[in-house]
Design a protein. Structure first.
Length: 256
């Protein structure tokens, strides 16, 4: 994480990564200067956690500059998104909007806030073996039905798995985000996971959705790539829990 300010909050690491400043002047009234900042946060859960959803934006409770001015803009706080975004990886990026008042402030003396996350506490799992040769294999997991239609794989290349997911059992929110909600993992014979780059929706209706899952081998940082694709692991959450992740930073420099 380098030297960026960071705090540990339970099973989460919260890192303050960037502060972007935006200054504007109303030329009809040159004394009217708007100074706004956007603070970027990166939240990393412990690897053992399966995080399903997380905040779009951080909820600020206190933000004060080194001159004692509050940096919280109530109008911005009221307009920000308080919903949750689906998971797309193990790193979550959040933003927080700040209003700089007057000149001379050089740092955020104190910033306190929180974010919300939904984690999986219990799940059901099923496996489709010999995935490269599997054709039209059906699995029902946690009351949700999946049809594994086929796999396209070129040795030493990427891998594509074609799946149909059926509507019964999914909540409206889960169904609207099914390409990210459905946890489908491609593994080698030793259980090592391929990296899922994305999932494309190729056909959808009220009752079913066709997905194309794109996977590639992992060989970053000089590590050995995973083995040949052996199985597809399907995991469906059965129980979840919402967590509030508080954070606090001091003496964050402001752009001048």
């Amino acid at each position: 994480m380098g030297r960026a300010p960071q705090v540990v909050s339970g099973p989460f690491l919260v890192v303050a990564t960037y502060i972007h400043a935006n200054y504007s002047v109303d030329l009809n009234n040159p004394q009217n200067v708007n100074r706004n900042c956007n603070l970027q946060l990166m939240v990393c859960p412990e690897p053992k956690l399966r995080v399903l959803q997380g905040s779009y934006q951080a909820i600020l409770e206190e933000a004060v500059d080194d001159r004692g001015n509050s940096l919280i803009n109530p109008a911005m706080m009221a307009a920000q998104m308080h919903g949750l975004q689906p998971g797309s990886g193990n790193i979550w990026n959040l933003s927080a909007y700040l209003a700089v008042k007057g000149e001379g402030a050089r740092k955020i003396a104190r910033l306190k806030g929180r974010a919300r996350f939904v984690i999986q506490t219990r799940a059901e799992e099923a496996e489709v073996a010999d995935i490269v040769n599997a054709r039209n294999v059906t699995r029902t997991v946690g009351g949700r039905k999946f049809l594994i239609k086929e796999t396209r794989y070129t040795p030493n290349g990427p891998c594509q798995v074609f799946v149909t997911v059926y509507r019964p059992g999914w909540s409206p929110i889960e169904w609207s985000q099914i390409s990210q909600t459905a946890a489908l993992r491609l593994a080698d014979a030793d259980g090592n996971s391929w990296f899922r780059t994305h999932a494309a929706t190729t056909r959808s209706s009220n009752d079913e959705i066709d997905l194309t899952l794109h996977f590639q081998r992992i060989n970053w940082n000089g590590a050995n790539a995973v083995g040949e694709p052996a199985s597809l692991i399907i995991e469906v959450p059965l129980e979840t829990e919402e967590l509030t992740v508080p954070f606090e930073f001091v003496d964050l420099p402001l752009p001048t």
